[in-house]
Write a protein that binds this ligand. Structure first.
Ligand SMILES: Cc1cc2nc3c(=O)[nH]c(=O)nc-3n(C[C@H](O)[C@H](O)[C@H](O)COP(=O)(O)OP(=O)(O)OC[C@H]3O[C@@H](n4cnc5c(N)ncnc54)[C@H](O)[C@@H]3O)c2cc1C
Length: 370
């Protein structure tokens, strides 16, 4: 089965890129595993988040900002073509500080982010306790302040994934579930992969298989040293108490539930939930907003982030097999617009823009030349 492009991985990253390729007029196939696969895209927190992304890596800060700025029109386009709303709210967002030490750390971090942003600008404010209380009624006594930026927001990540899949198929793309890639033959601009659903061929291929990229990349002269990092999330019952904007670890969904989360655990491919981490998440939420302690927790889950050694995305193209690309990141909700509208057109043109070289896996020193 021959296509213009193969995309491996039907999570947020692969779906956004595959849809972006269809938008560019290519005929793409999106190969995905079955329901039991590791899928960060079905278990994430749903922030479209800019503040704190890219300290020490201004190229990542700019990439994230560009995506957040394009998100509104991405959501409009998805809704117009699929009828599905992604629930985007770009209200600005805050990071709450529960001690003087946290506040000082945060202030230092935000100041450095602004400095690194240079002429691109970085609008933020450190809010003292009184200011943040005016902004977010019902805050607890422990909150000593917060950082705020206007760029942040949140969305419904499952609706986003659904909308990307539907838009891709409606634009003529072919989605093939239960088609985990088991073997590949790679030559310059000539890629053939085998799956339980058949064999596929194309002159371009994008590896967007999340954690699966680590094993797939070497087959194409690429490197994707990603590891799992577990995050646990709790969901409360619906409440009328309103949270006017998301925080880094607490957000209210459009149906009234609160999502509490943000653990970062190095436990390998382990999807268990643990009482100590869930208790710590609930405790911090109740310290932040004491009224949350009255709510019942109705659901909880864990999922695995896709992390590079330095926490930044990896976008790469193969030197030995031109036409093969990788895409990995741990902010696939935030970066959906960049993947569909900026990355996919580069793949369609056949080469990444020169500015993308900073995201190459060649930055990892232990790396053999590829
Ligand atoms: C707890 C948690 C909270 C998060 N919060 C946020 C947030 O607030 N905001 C944000 O922007 N991001 C957040 N993220 C990150 C975001 O969810 C991920 O960046 C994004 O989902 C990664 O998408 P992906 O498509 O790369 O990977 P995945 O969703 O893991 O999808 C990879 C896909 O590849 C398929 N695959 C793997 N191997 C193969 C193969 N050999 N052949 C075919 N298919 C294959 C898998 O079946 C899977 O469907 C969070 C993540 C977690 C875990």
């Amino acid at each position: 089965m021959a296509f213009d492009a193969i995309v491996i991985g039907g999570g947020l990253v692969g779906s956004a890129i595959a849809w972006g390729l269809q938008r560019e007029g290519l005929k793409a196939v999106l190969l995905d595993e079955g329901d039991l696969a590791f899928r960060a895209s079905r278990g994430n927190f749903g922030l479209v988040w800019v503040q704190s992304k890219g300290l020490g890596a201004p190229h990542y800060q700019r990439w994230t900002r560009a995506s957040a700025e394009a998100w509104g029109s991405l959501a409009d386009e998805l809704q117009a073509s699929t009828g599905l709303a992604c629930g985007l709210q770009q209200t600005g967002g805050v990071h709450l500080c529960l001690s003087d030490h946290e506040y000082e750390d945060r202030a230092d971090r935000m100041a450095r982010m602004k400095q690194e942003a240079g002429n691109h600008g970085y609008d933020y404010r450190m809010l003292d306790a009184r200011e943040v209380r005016n902004m977010l009624p019902g805050l607890g006594e422990r909150v000593v302040g917060a950082s705020w930026t206007p760029y942040d927001g949140h969305a419904n990540p499952l609706n986003l994934l659904h909308a990307l899949h539907r838009a891709f198929v409606e634009a003529g793309g072919r989605y093939v579930p239960e088609s985990g890639v088991t073997a590949a033959h790679a030559a310059p601009r000539d890629f053939r992969v085998s799956t339980p659903a058949g064999d596929f061929a194309a002159p371009r291929i994008v590896l967007a298989a999340g954690l699966g990229n680590a094993a797939l990349a070497p087959l194409f002269g690429l490197h994707a040293p990603v590891r799992p990092q577990r995050g646990q999330i709790l969901v409360t019952e619906r409440t009328r108490e309103a949270l006017p904007m998301p925080t880094t670890s607490i957000r209210q969904t459009d149906d009234g539930t609160l999502l509490l989360g943000d653990s970062q655990e190095e436990v390998g491919l382990d999807l268990h939930q643990t009482q100590d981490v869930m208790a710590a998440i609930a405790q911090r939420a109740a310290w932040s907003f004491p009224w949350i302690a009255r709510l019942n927790i109705i659901r909880a889950w864990s999922a695995l982030r896709v992390m590079a050694p330095d926490g930044l995305p990896i976008y790469d193209e193969s030197e030995t097999c031109p036409g093969a690309f990788t895409a990995n990141c741990h902010s696939g909700v935030t970066l959906a617009a960049a993947h569909a509208r900026l990355f996919a057109p580069m793949v369609a043109r056949g080469a990444l823009d020169s500015g993308m070289v900073a995201f190459s896996a060649r930055r990892f020193p232990s790396q053999p030349a590829i």
